[in-house]
Design a protein around this ligand. Structure first.
Ligand code: 13P
Length: 342
């Protein structure tokens, strides 16, 4: 029997074609994103940006969970309301990134191992107190000269499984995220091979650590052409190979795959999700857990200007609506025009 708490949390997050807002950028990464629109990264600007997203009532019907960073889960909005409380008021489950980042894997050529297992049991207990219903751990798999190595896939899969088991022990749903990066000139076929062997290794390790597969969310990359590949596969091809790959590697008992956007444009990430859901019979809910592909337009619109909060929220709500439509297989290009008329 699966753990009822985990199953009910997953239901809250992905039912009704909802997806996840990934707003768990580390302080370094969010600093880069804010600098990109001319905003200095401070405790307050980071809080205001996250608050803009979390308090967006028009996006809330399409968002079931939001992933926070350690700083954010402890922050209050300017009026003193905890940011986690604002999420709960909008029926959005707060989640927390618990890995401590991808570090150089000893003995490898430019490969990483994600760290954060030491002390994780205690940290999870604290995050549960702070309101987290789910957690995230991201493993990074790079494609390139001699990469990925078997040992980097194995080490990262092992860490993901140890993390997932600890989460379930704490009644926290683990998001298991093995990200095969889009960076590089590789073909979609290479992405297929690497994604398949990564996912197979991850599920073998999850089974080894006795993780309940009905109580996880998988956060995979789509099977997609490398960013610098001269031939870019169509959405239909992305959908076809993603589903074929998952049919080989992801057990049908896993309740949902919530894709990362990974450097796709906002519209591309939506179109690809739509193509996946338009492909007919698949055993998993296929939804989104996007960072950049939900935030990019909204961040540019806001750019730190308090008078632009409403317009930025409209941009964010629009992407959330489009992605939820894609999760339900009902997105089409005409939806993109509706933002201006909303
Ligand atoms: P992107 O959608 O921007 O890839 O971010 C998702 C995420 O959480 C990566 O860990």
């Amino acid at each position: 029997m699966s753990n009822a708490v985990l199953v009910s949390t997953i239901e809250k997050i992905v039912s009704g074609n909802k997806g996840i807002l990934a707003a768990d950028e580390s302080t370094n990464t969010v600093q880069k994103r804010l600098a990109g629109v001319g905003v200095e990264s401070t405790n307050e600007t980071r809080r205001d940006w996250r608050n803009l997203l979390f308090s967006c009532a028009d996006a809330a019907p399409f968002i079931g969970g939001a992933i926070l960073y350690d700083e954010t889960i402890r922050q209050n909005a300017a009026d003193g309301t905890p940011l986690t409380e604002i999420l709960r008021q909008h029926a959005i489950v707060p989640g927390i990134k618990v890995d401590t980042g991808a570090k150089h894997l000893a003995g490898s050529r430019n490969e990483t191992i994600t760290e954060g297992l030491d002390g994780l049991r205690d940290r999870l207990a604290e995050y549960r107190e702070l309101g987290a219903g789910f957690a995230k751990w991201r493993a990074v798999i790079n494609i390139g000269e001699g990469r990925p190595s078997t040992n980097s896939i194995q080490a990262n899969a092992h860490a993901l499984a140890r993390y997932a088991a600890l989460c379930q022990e704490a009644n926290i749903v683990p998001i298991v995220e093995p990200e095969v990066m889009m960076t590089g000139g590789h073909s979609i076929e290479t992405c297929y091979q690497v994604t398949e062997s990564t996912l197979k290794t991850v599920f073998s390790e999850l089974n080894m650590q006795r993780v309940d597969l009905e109580g996880i969310l998988l956060k995979p990359n789509m099977v997609i052409s490398g960013k610098d590949c001269p031939t870019q596969a169509s959405s239909e091809r992305v959908a076809e190979l993603t589903i074929r790959c998952f049919s080989h590697a992801v057990p049908a008992i896993v309740p949902a795959c919530v894709f990362l956007s990974g450097g796709q444009t906002e519209v591309q990430a939506t179109e690809n999700l739509q193509a996946i859901n338009a492909s007919g019979q698949i055993p998993w809910i296929m939804s989104f857990s996007y960072g950049r592909a939900l935030q990019e337009s909204a961040l540019k619109t806001w750019a730190g200007d308090a008078s632009k909060v409403d317009a930025a929220q409209r941009a964010y709500a629009h992407r959330a609506r489009c992605n939820a439509a894609a999760a339900g297989g009902t997105y089409n290009a005409s939806l993109e025009l509706e933002q201006d008329n909303a």
